[in-house]
Design a protein around this ligand. Structure first.
Ligand SMILES: *Cc1c(COP(=O)(O)O)cnc(C)c1O
Length: 356
């Protein structure tokens, strides 16, 4: 604390990212990174951009990331003016709060969801109200019809992994025409259906995606919003009042190359999904209740063992999982899906810790 701080800094509650351990070979299942490398085409594209001398780095990158937007638009069958890009979808979400969710009524999001949302609401002084998930962590769309300044949730939800069917999402969007509805699809490729195809029909629908999870590019920091050109313009107005060049040259070519290799990404998603089903079965054998997941992580609870203690004991073995000290979920562990070998190491360690 310091008297030099602004009022807003005093009030902030910063998001706490999962630990990035400085260890040679941690079993790192705590931040939902992809266990497989990105497409070789991504590496080639970065090498090509760098060349022998790094000459290209002298110049600023394309501020509008035009080539990347065109490539991603073609991938989704939409227009480039329906695509916004930012430095990770976290940055995209930050601009969404400022540009589209700050109104007279509060923005609504679930009580159990991505913990960056309340952080951004405080940063930008956006009023919000949380809406309780049902007993099995499901989103009840009927609860989101009160007057609101926007609706926001991930599909599949984080950290629960539960997905809403697309027809439920469309029903919610169709009923909520007075405000923007934002669907954060960070995990959509692992088992949910994307709402991107609906943006032509609903000018108040915004879909947010990232290359961090399914495309193995968390280290490049690239995220998107897809929506009506007027919504995208609002985001660009904020972006161009903040940082003209949020995506560096390497990030732009890397993300573009990733969308030019769909087969690679589909193969890896399928591997992660298969490992998820395998790990779920193992955890159930160990006595865990596992929430049905459509994401690259599972959310699991053991009725006889405290989650925080389990997480700490795993950490001693250099196995990292995520535990949230938050209401309703403090007895759960969120476990990212690693390779089968990593999942087996985790299951083996849990077996020993539980005395099984
Ligand atoms: C990981 C995650 C993000 C952020 O992804 P980046 O693109 O890496 O910033 C956004 N929303 C949810 C729900 C996430 O889990």
């Amino acid at each position: 604390m310091s008297r030099y701080w602004s009022d807003i800094v005093h009030r902030l509650v910063p998001y706490v990212p999962g630990e990035q351990p400085v260890l040679a070979h941690p079993v790192k299942l705590n931040t939902n990174e992809n266990p497989y490398p990105p497409s070789p085409r991504v590496v080639e594209a970065i090498r090509r951009e760098l060349g022998d001398t790094g000459e290209a780095l002298r110049r600023y990158p394309d501020p509008s990331a035009r080539r990347l937007r065109e490539t991603v638009a073609a991938h989704h069958g939409i227009r480039a003016d329906q695509v916004f890009v930012g430095n990770g979808s976290d940055e995209v979400l930050a601009h969404v709060f400022q540009a589209l969710l700050k109104h007279e009524h509060p923005v609504l999001f679930p009580d159990v969801t991505y913990s960056f949302y309340p952080t951004y609401a405080r940063l930008y002084d956006v009023a919000y109200r949380t809406v309780a998930l049902d007993e099995s962590f499901g989103i009840r769309i009927d609860d989101y019809t009160m007057p609101n300044g926007g609706v926001l949730f991930p599909n599949p939800n984080a950290p629960t992994g539960r997905a809403l069917p697309l027809d439920r999402i469309e029903a919610l969007v169709a009923r909520n025409t007075e405000s923007v509805v934002v669907i954060d699809e960070a995990y959509v490729d692992f088992g949910a259906r994307s709402a991107v195809k609906l943006i032509d029909r609903y000018p108040h629908l915004l879909v947010v995606q990232t290359v961090s999870k399914a495309r193995s590019l968390a280290g490049m920091r690239v995220g998107f919003a897809f929506g009506d050109a007027a919504l995208i313009e609002a985001l660009n107005r904020v972006k161009d009042s903040f940082n003209s060049y949020p995506l560096d040259r390497l990030a732009q070519v890397a993300a573009t190359a990733s969308y030019e290799d769909t087969a690679w990404f589909e193969t890896n998603c399928a591997r992660v999904i298969a490992s998820r089903e395998r790990l779920t079965a193992k955890l159930e054998t160990l006595g865990f209740d596992v929430v049905p997941s459509a994401a690259n992580f599972v959310f699991a609870r053991h009725k006889d063992h405290d989650a925080a203690t389990l997480a700490a004991k795993l950490r001693e073995r250099e196995i990292f999982v995520r535990h949230f000290k938050a209401p309703r979920i403090d007895q759960y562990l969120r476990i990212s899906i690693g390779t089968d070998t990593e999942c087996d190491t985790l299951a083996g360690a849990l077996g020993e810790l539980l005395g099984r």
